[in-house]
Structures are given as C-alpha cells and as structure tokens.
Design a protein around this ligand. Sequence first.
Ligand code: SF4
Length: 380
Amino acid sequence: MITPKRRKTREVSIGNITIGGNNAIAVQSMCTTKTSDLDKTMGEIKTMLDKGCEIIRVSIFDQKDIDVIPAIKKQIHVPIVADIHFRASFAEKVMKAGIDKVRINPGNILEQQINTKDYLLNRNNAVKKLVQQAKNLGISIRIGVNSGSVEKDLIEKYGYPSSDSMVESALRYIEVCESVGFTDIVVSLKSTDILTTLENYRNFSKLSDYPVHLGLTEAGAIPYGIVKSAIGLSPLLMEGIGDTIRISLTDEPWKEVEVAYDILKATGARITGPEVIACPKCGRIQIDLDKIVSEVNTALKVKGISLPIKISLLGCAVNGPGEAREADIGIAGGDGEALIFRNGEKVRKVKEKDIVQELINEIETMQNAKILHTSEQSHV
Ligand code: SF4
C-alpha cells in the first residue's frame, strides 16, 4: 500500500507517549461526562480504551473536576489531557493534580470573555506563568485555536475568523511560550468549515514545525459527521500533516476512536490492522456477500488479526479474480462457492459455507508466518 510521506515535526511527549517526528499519529477522544462523576467518566474512558484510544481528554469546569484527576490517573495507562477555558488558574491547579497535558485556547484563557485593550498583555502574563509551571512539571500544552473564539484584535484586523487570523493567533501564542523557554507545544487550528481547516493546517505547517492535533470541530452526528470529518481531514493526512487526531462527533466518544482509525487506515496514514475491501454487489451475485463481509469482520476482531493486509471480498468472476489478485488475500464468488486468492495466486475453490473459515485460516497462517519472521529477525 502506498503511504503518505509525513511532514517532519518536533517530538513532544504527552505523559508516556510521544507524538511528532516519526511517531505514529496518536488517536484521541474526549469524555462527554461531567469529569467529577468518577463512575460515569471511568465507564466512558473504558469504552474508549477498548477501541484503542491513546489520549483521553476531559473537561475541567470546576474544582471538583480537578479533584478527581489523581483517581482517574491511577486507573488508566494512557495520557490524560485537561481542557480549560476561561480559567488560567484551573490550568495551574490541574497541572499540580497530575495531568499530562493541558489544552488552552488563546482566545479565552482568561476569565474576562470580552477582549479589551489590555487583554493581550494580561493574557500573555498569565500564559507565561502557566507555561513556566508546565515546564517545571514536564507537562505539554496544546494551543487550541478555534474559529469560534479567535481574539478580538485579530477579528478586527482580518474582518472575520479567517485562516490568516487563526494561524497568526497560534504563532503569536507560540512566541509567548518560547519567550520563557517552553517548547513542549502541540497546535490545533480547528474550524467547522472544511476549506478553512485545510488552509489553516497547510499554512501553519509551512511556517512552523510544532506537531499538530488534527480535527474538524463540531462535525455533527453520524453519518454526516463521519463524511465531513473524512473529507476535511483526509487531504491533510495524505499530505503528511497531522501528529494526533480527534474526530468530533455528536455521539459516543468510542465511535470517534473507531472513525479516527478508519480514516487513518483509508488514507494510509496509519495502518494498524487489515483493510477489508468488498464489492457493492449487483445482479450477478450468487453468494451472500453481506453475511460473509460481516462474519469476516467479526472473525478478524475475535481472532485479534493485526496484520496490515488488504482483504478483498468480491461477489463474482467479472472483477473478482483480477481484484482479488491485487489484494494480499481475497475471494471471488461463484455459484454457491468462491475461489480464494493469496498474493496473486489461486489457492483453492471452497464451498460458500466454508468461505469465512477457510479465509481466516489462511490469514492466521500469514500472521503467524509474519510473527515467526519478525522474531527470527530479532535474533539475528
Ligand atoms: S464483483 Fe461481481 S457481484 Fe460484485 S459488483 Fe462487481 S460484477 Fe457485481
């Protein structure tokens, strides 16, 4: 599979993981619970971890939310990020509570919500204090610029929350952090508009090598939110832009994790398991392809198949053999039967009732051979 060439960014550690550089694009999501409701928050976090979520973000709305951070940290093995708006003082407290990263928004880090003449000076002083503390504690910061909360002076300068205003907001914030020697910075430039989001990340990536958190804010409910996220973020991923990703859906956070992995897989930006390709079916089909696709997907999960291969499930002989040959393994259906192909070679013909089992057996053999090969290499 052709994979995109990654943009070279600095490495930044978030707790026990590192993003940027050549590290895998980390998948993250955000709890929808009131953080201080520990049972509900942990319940939601577990569903996210089951799907492979690698960074968890929680809202810090009041002191009670800060108080439960140590208890959450004790129960999970992945980094936890605090989302702070309007309260620089909360950022300072949550860092002491053991958070791994803090997300702050340049447009609303102070309690004062309306920008005044003195806002930038006050904000910069508050930020300097905050990042100095982050530096001392080894905590990273995400500068989360959002189209809905760009600073007032930039809106006046550009007329609206344009891409230029958002990139300038991030760059001048970086300057404040760097002025006290703080560089453990990740940047996001999210907009609800796809074209603005693309322009934001492309322009920022030309001007800075800090790692970026990809996202399209408020993408909406499923299925539209998935479509919009895929359209908005895939071009960036295929251009090698993106070091961590969050899909913003109006749904359960674990679904965001699933969608993030699917987008990474489809773009080739990060492949963590097999890709199943299936034909749309038509009047020529003579096998129950829906059932076969569903059973293959289930079996891959149950068997824990992580081999990054292309599995082609095609209904008939029109395109079947040709396309199945281009995949690592595949089937071409016939009348109540199918041909199995592997690495371009015909393996054997199997009856319809045996297709899934035979295919999975072949895939397990491929995975075991790969594991054996890898362990032999590690002993050389
Ligand atoms: S592979 Fe065969 S069954 Fe599937 S869509 Fe193409 S022609 Fe139809």
